[in-house]
Design a protein around this ligand. Structure first.
Ligand code: NAD
Length: 297
């Protein structure tokens, strides 16, 4: 299939690579030259703008860092909406349901179908093709692209209405964000009481406290103190904020979401939006006056 791919960052690059490896032809666009160069080197065509890309293909995918960028790329001036050939816009980014609906409504006026397709499973999952791929959109269009999406991981069709897959993704990411914050507090408590953090993580992973925070993030990026898991603090903060707002709008209790949001806001303030999201552990360490991991771990 001919596919346009916009946004070749931490997630977009490995996903685009998997599409090429599966035999699809790609037209790519990113505002960073260093992001597109490796794809041009392996045969992808380069577009000069989202509109130019959407002039050349029927199916456009995007993996973009913020709601504002998704909106601009999809329906702004020079955006996908101006393309002459495009029939469907698949947003792999996390934008929340309200932005997904706004984009879907604007594109529908030009007979372009929006397909929500947020993903979960991190950069490692994107490289290995083991992501959870959440899709919502009109059945015929979803069926048309399902095989292409399956190269990213396991495809879950959430529903037909725009935004449904986004709501699913926010629920998942809130759980991921809160598990990370909770595990950081639990391990900091143990370390301050004299426990070895590596032993704690082994016990948690053999016990009922296990989560992806304890079985992947702590062993890979926190105990060795590399803080390089590959997801920016600003992106996690965006997801938790979107989830908090979504629950609030739906009048669903959101006390845990509020506490989790406060933790990610503090991490963003102390370490910056570009820091790796595992920096939340450093925020908790600073408050606790302890260091988790390092040589001892
Ligand atoms: P990233 O910042 O690494 O990549 C975004 C890419 O978009 C960059 O290459 C950037 O240059 C490009 N870009 C920015 N503005 C642009 C524009 N106007 N036009 C074209 N390209 C533009 O972000 P990421 O970590 O790859 O995340 C992308 C999306 O995937 C986000 O919505 C994020 O929430 C979601 N996500 C990320 C992860 C993860 O682990 N990193 C996991 C699941 C979902």
């Amino acid at each position: 299939m001919d596919i346009g791919f916009i946004g070749l960052g931490n997630m977009g690059a490995p996903m685009a690579r998997r599409l090429i490896e599966a035999g699809h032809s790609l037209v790519v666009y990113d505002t960073r030259n260093d992001a597109v160069a490796p794809f041009v080197a392996i045969g992808a065509k380069l577009a000069s703008s989202p509109a130019d890309l959407a002039d050349r293909v029927e199916t456009v995918m995007a993996s973009l860092p913020s709601l504002q960028v998704s909106e601009k790329v999809a329906i702004g001036a020079g955006g996908v909406i101006e393309g002459k050939r495009v029939k469907r816009f698949i947003d792999l980014s996390t934008t929340g349901s309200r932005m997904a609906i706004k984009i879907a409504d604007a594109l529908a006026k030009k007979n372009i179908v929006q397909i929500d397709c947020p993903v979960s499973g991190g950069v490692g999952g994107a490289a290995k093709g083991t992501l959870a791929v959440m899709v919502s959109g009109p059945k015929a269009d979803v069926d048309h692209v399902k095989d292409a999406l399956a190269v990213f991981g396991k495809v879950f069709v959430i529903g037909e209405k725009p935004g449904m897959a986004q709501t699913m993704k926010l629920a998942n990411n809130f759980l991921s964000a809160s598990a990370m914050a909770a595990t950081a507090e639990a391990v900091a408590m143990g370390v301050k009481a004299g426990l070895d953090p590596a032993v704690m993580i082994d016990v948690i992973n053999a016990g009922s406290g296990r989560s992806r925070a304890s079985d992947q993030k702590f062993p890979q990026s926190i105990l060795p103190r590399t803080f390089d898991y590959g997801f920016a603090t600003a992106l996690m903060l965006k997801d938790v904020r979107l989830c908090f707002e979504e629950a609030k709008n739906l009048d669903v209790p959101h006390d845990m979401m509020k506490t989790t949001l406060d933790d990610w806001e503090a991490t963003n303030t102390e370490f910056g939006g570009d820091s790796d999201f595992t920096s939340i552990v450093k925020m908790i360490e600073n408050r606790a006056g302890v260091t988790i991991g390092g040589k001892k771990a």
